[in-house]
Design a binder for this molecule. Structure first.
Ligand code: GCO
Length: 461
């Protein structure tokens, strides 16, 4: 029974237990993504991504924020590597900005963009931190969106060519690659809910995009296997239980449908070779002979991003038949209102192990807050510590019950651009004072460092 620690009601901070049940080679890391932290949006030849245009459209992002400057990681990556070294993390998961290395998405290579990732990878290796590269974290080159984006089947070859470039340039030093981050999110939010670019409500484009992203994943795996036979390859999916907001037949049906789009539209075809039942009929018009074999290419691990359960309700006005809903009143919530339910996390890990039979890395887990620091900028984020502690306890319980979980990456190293919420919603272990770009480790950074040290020492206090 994973209980909620007192950090949610009082101000007490849980002790740092030695994680005795985790493998000795368990990987502790932190995660970020290119558009959310790099900044330098128009520097050194970087081309525009769909998020550059979208974030500049009035009303799209809270407070009119954009990723133009973000955390200025493009210039401050050395400082950020030092922060990671101080945390004692063994791995750093980051994404490549496709338009920084291929400004038009294909064709001419921007050598200055490649050079940035060379510097970043070399700095990580020098600090003893393993680079984990995610090839796509939502920042599609605008030039490719202009050619139809993921709704166009040519996107498969565009992504394969981009993958080939990155494998050839970084593959001598990078041994961990993921193809996509949370394809369930960017396809649903971009082609149905209109919360992300291209911000359309078009089931035909949506279902085509789902299929082409899956094909692009398979094509990229083939490229990586050919170029980097020793690399460890994976996919990163959002996985969260989908619950009906009310116990009605209509809401239960809505939750079952959202579950297919959110949790299974990518992991199922990529690992099991089939689309989930209701979705299969909607995808069928875009499936060509041999496609399912092109998608289902053997991978080495499954990355799971998890924060909380999500809720659905029936919506006859929705072209998909369901709508997103908030968690019911009265449940424990993080400071930004996301439900806290570590048992749901434990069960998600167990279910994923049973369903996909792959080693699992938790590639994102964390808690957001609209927090301020003290006079020195330090944030005493005991709620985030309490969240992380009980979710790591839940991970440990899943391992005890047989789940093959081999690593945990906190989202995120730094406060960063939180998509539609802009910079107000902070997930970092390290606070970013944006006017000065000063980095200020929070209490949770010290706690995470102690947690890692206890694991590495194998101590059991
Ligand atoms: C996602 C993305 C991250 C988010 C994080 C907090 O899961 O939406 O991978 O980019 O910033 O999850 O919402």
């Amino acid at each position: 029974m994973v209980s909620l620690p007192s950090g949610f009601d009082g101000r007490t901070v849980p002790s740092v237990p030695g994680r005795r049940l985790l493998r000795p080679d368990f990987i502790w890391g932190v995660s970020t993504s290119s558009y959310q932290i790099e900044g330098a949006a128009r520097e050194d030849g970087r081309g525009p991504s769909v998020w550059d245009g979208f974030s500049h459209e009035p009303g799209r992002i809270a407070n009119g924020d954009t990723g133009d400057d973000a955390c200025d990681h493009y210039h401050r990556y050395g400082e950020d590597i030092a922060l990671m070294r101080d945390l004692g993390v063994g791995a750093y998961r980051f994404s490549i900005a496709w338009p920084r290395v291929l400004p038009e998405g294909r064709g001419a290579v921007n050598e200055a963009g490649i050079a940035f990732y060379d510097r970043l990878v070399d700095g990580l290796l020098a600090a003893g931190i393993e680079p984990w590269v995610c090839l796509y974290h939502w920042d599609l080159p605008q030039a490719l969106q202009d050619r139809g984006g993921w709704a166009h089947r040519d996107s498969v070859s565009w992504f394969a060519d981009y993958t080939r470039l990155m494998a050839s340039r970084l593959g001598d030093r990078v041994k961990r690659f993921a193809t996509f981050n949370e394809p369930g999110v960017f396809t649903l939010f971009g082609y149905a809910f209109r919360w992300h670019p291209p911000a359309v409500d078009d089931p035909s484009q949506h279902h085509a995009a789902i299929h082409h992203v899956n094909l692009a994943h398979g094509a990229a795996i083939d490229v990586l296997r050919a170029y980097l036979p020793g690399a460890s390859l994976g996919t990163i999916c959002n996985m969260q239980p989908v619950r009906p907001v009310d116990p009605t037949d209509q809401d239960r049906a809505a939750a079952a449908l959202l579950d297919e789009y959110w949790n299974r539209a990518f992991a199922d075809p990529q690992v099991r070779g089939t689309y989930p039942q209701a979705l299969a009929g909607r995808i069928a018009p875009f499936v060509q002979e041999g496609d399912m074999e092109r998608i289902r290419r053997p991978i080495d691990w499954l990355g799971i991003n998890h924060y909380s359960p999500i809720y659905a309700r029936a919506d006859a006005t929705s072209r998909l038949g369901f709508a997103w809903s908030d968690a019911p009143a009265g449940v424990p919530r993080s400071p930004i209102g996301w439900q806290i339910d570590p048992e749901a996390f434990r069960d998600t890990l167990l279910d994923a192990c049973d369903r996909y039979r792959l080693p699992i890395y938790v590639t994102e887990n964390g808690a957001g807050a609209e927090e301020t620091g003290d006079a020195t900028g330090v944030v005493d984020d005991v709620e985030r510590i309490a969240y992380l502690s009980c979710y790591i306890d839940a991970l440990e319980e899943a391992v005890m019950l047989g789940a093959d979980v081999r690593g945990y990456f906190v989202w995120s190293l730094l406060d960063n651009f939180e998509w539609g919420a802009g910079y107000a919603n902070r997930f970092g272990l390290v606070r970013v004072d944006y006017p000065t770009q000063r980095r200020i480790p929070k209490a949770s950074a010290r706690w995470y460092r102690a947690t890692i040290a206890a694991q590495v020492r194998g101590s059991v206090p």
